[in-house]
Ligand binder design. Sequence first.
Ligand code: PLP
Length: 553
Amino acid sequence: MAVDHKKADATEESLHRIFTVPEAPDSTLGRIEKEISENLNAFLQTHIAAREKPLAEIEKDFSSAALPEAPSFVSDHTHFLLDKLVAQSVHTSAPSFIGHMTSALPYFLMPLSKIMIGLNQNLVKIETSKAFTPLERQVLGMLHNLIYREEDSFYQQWMHSANHSLGAFCSGGTIANITALWVARNNALKPDGEFRGVAQEGLFRAMKHYGYEDLAVLVSERGHYSLKKAADVLGIGRDCVIPVKTDSNNRVRVDDLKQKLAELKHKNIKPFAIIGVAGTTETGNIDPLDELADIAEQHDCHFHVDAAWGGATLMSNAHRPKLKGVERADSVTIDAHKQLYVPMGAGMVIFKNPAHMTAIEHHAEYILRKGSKDLGSHTLEGSRSGMAMLLYASLNIISRPGYEMLINNSIDKAKYFADLIEQHQDFELISEPELCLLTYRYVPERTQRALSLANEQDKEALLDALDDITKFIQKRQRESGKSFVSRTRLTPEKWNRKATTVFRVVLANPLTTEQILQDVLEEQRMIAQQSFISFPKIQSLTDKILNENEMAE
Ligand SMILES: *Cc1c(COP(=O)(O)O)cnc(C)c1O
């Protein structure tokens, strides 16, 4: 609380100053700028507190809803931010923080993002963005090329065409997925005779016109939750996102998909989109995209691929074949703020057919006039920043082979970590890395043996205790602030599809070393023994099971 801080005066002069006079080099902000540009990691290391404060404590620093009646001095306020906000932030770019989909950023993005903010262009229309509009259209063209590899003449014809669009740049994968399903919905319920289309007349009249009982979208049970948000916003309802079963590798089961489609047809429900996941959020596995494309074709469905996280793999010639079939998708979601190493707020949906997005075209009189090149006529969002510039710069400065190296190294590192876990007697690998994501958990060697001998009841009790200890370890490790893995719940085949709590690791940070990975495991093993409830329980159950079985022999 800054009660004892001296306050500035809200004068015309001081207001004029903040718009015209930069912070001096020796001022608080001036020094911070210097520190950040010289060594960002050191800056974060210094200012992010090593130990976590409980959230309830942090909330106290942000508890007043009073609007400030007197201005603060910039330096005073900066100290407050450093103390209360930066100190209690998460060091997501630390090489030992291997639980997030976003990681370290290249240095050049810091000054470039200042140019972006300084220019403050609005991409909704050309009047407020000028060169940024063609730049963004080019970036969408480059990503289209990454996925669909059309001839150069294709891009010359469509990239800058006023009435077409190769995709939409947006804030992230969620908006990208909503946009894709929005287009799919509007094309499925398009104008027909007297009926002016769902965009104009709404879902109720569309259903009456087409005579469907309901609509549906099909996606693997590992699909991202943003798809349910999309179904909700589009008026279809979350229940209409039909989860399709997955196999032991977390890939969608084509036989189950076919069966679900047959059921829907029987009930006169229109499946208007089939979604393939290319890199599931929890395990990083890729659906059989070619087979899904075949089925979507047969059923006249829009085929969308959610490659928000895994799409960057297309940069790697070595791993690109894993996404075979993506080039047959009607639309693809890719997040640049995940594996393309761009700051948060950079998502894209790319459409194979340049005319596809006209299904959501929107015009207004004062902006977005028909025939204008305004990007806002094809985007869900209105005002948008010039983020595309940062992706454009990264694509040029890193280049495709540079990205390939980053992607290949990440996947190699995940394989190294998987081997480490498999060789370690006290850990169990739950999902193998197909990309740079894997899951595992702590199971002491003797307990592994006990699990293979236990009766159903003991096994159940032991698995429950293991879930508890996984949670305990993950939480403790996070709180101690040295390293971070995330956790999720999966239904592994090996454990009869019983929901199992696991550690989840994403190895995208190029600065993560093999030593760090070894240390993460060692720290987890040590923490396990500090669990005064689960650890003794696991031990005594293990002893009991092993003793009983020895006696039986
Ligand atoms: C991250 C992710 C999303 C959502 O993207 P946001 O950028 O968080 O909105 C959607 N789908 C998948 C597969 C993802 O990994």
